[in-house]
Design a protein around this ligand. Structure first.
Ligand code: ATR
Length: 269
């Protein structure tokens, strides 16, 4: 019998997860299929009750913070981050975990292997920022959060400082951050296809011994942020790298098989 998997999100049409996972199933000659489900927030409970046939689920916006209440177990990483992006089966139980944070870290470390003691600026304070702040502070980085709405940045910093004692600051503006910035991560939706792209980082904050990571990706090009960073000599990382690594971790959890990296990477192009 065909094993069924899927992504739940709203909207879901733009998702590259079906192409990535179906390519992997095909390459490993597995009898499995990955579908996209457009699920509105008010339909999530019904969906979770009616779709027990799914052996694994990828969870995206706007369900990452709410899907946990319909699961039998949530592992510590997802609990600490406060978001589930992956549902997998353990016997009859449905469990939630988070592969965004480890997927993000793997992508960052390709560009910057040593993170400890370095300084990062995180742009944005939404769901994606949570996983990023959690991951970087765990690695011993000093993190400054800069967000359009300052109160949300304050809330995010407080949420993590209650769990452990990382070095998290909230900055009102770039001047306040000061000093050398080793890593800049954009977690805001600025740069999404079809959206306006205001200048996120003043040019003087880029330098050649720096990594600039944009979680946003465009199907055929790179965002303006990355274009500017690259022309200033910074190393850049595109959001597709994180998509790939979080997806490989999902695949391995669901199937117990090694994820075919190059097949999955090609599917994202
Ligand atoms: P996600 O779960 O993907 O992080 P989100 O929770 O909606 O999505 O968060 C979006 C982030 O992008 C927020 O930090 C938002 O800033 P606000 O908290 O001020 O709303 C940020 N954002 C969206 N549009 C922006 C823009 N034009 N300029 C700067 N920040 C923007």
């Amino acid at each position: 019998m065909t094993s069924l998997f899927g992504i739940i999100a709203h909207p879901v049409a733009h998702s590259l997860s079906p192409a990535m996972h179906n390519a992997a199933f095909k390459a490993l000659k597995m009898d499995a299929r990955f579908d996209a489900f457009d699920v509105l927030p008010e339909d999530l409970e019904k969906f979770m009750k009616e779709h027990r046939e799914l052996k694994g689920m990828a969870v995206s916006i706007p369900h990452k913070e709410t899907v946990g209440q319909y699961l039998d177990e949530i592992d510590p990483i997802a609990r600490e981050i406060g978001a589930v992006n992956t549902v997998y089966s353990k016997g009859e139980k449905r469990c939630g975990t988070n592969t965004d944070a480890p997927g993000f870290l793997r992508a960052v470390k390709e560009a910057m292997p040593e993170l400890k003691g370095k300084r990062a600026v995180i742009l944005g304070a939404g769901g994606a920022a949570r996983a990023v702040v959690w991951a970087l502070t765990k690695e011993g980085m000093e993190v400054a959060i800069l967000n359009r709405t300052g109160e949300k940045a304050e809330m995010l910093a407080k949420a993590f400082q209650a769990v452990k004692d990382p070095q998290i600051k909230v900055a009102k503006n770039w001047e306040e951050i000061g000093g050398k910035i080793d890593l800049i991560v954009n977690t805001t939706s600025v740069g999404l296809e079809g959206h306006e792209e205001p200048e996120l980082v003043p040019a003087r904050y880029f330098h050649s011994n720096q990594v600039v990571f944009d979680l946003v990706y465009q199907k055929k090009s790179i965002t303006k942020l990355l274009v500017y960073a690259q022309s200033a000599g910074a190393k850049i990382v595109d959001g597709k790298a994180m998509l790939l690594y979080q997806g490989m971790l999902q695949f391995e959890l669901w199937t117990g098989q090694k994820a075919p990296k190059e097949v999955m990477r090609t599917a994202l192009k």
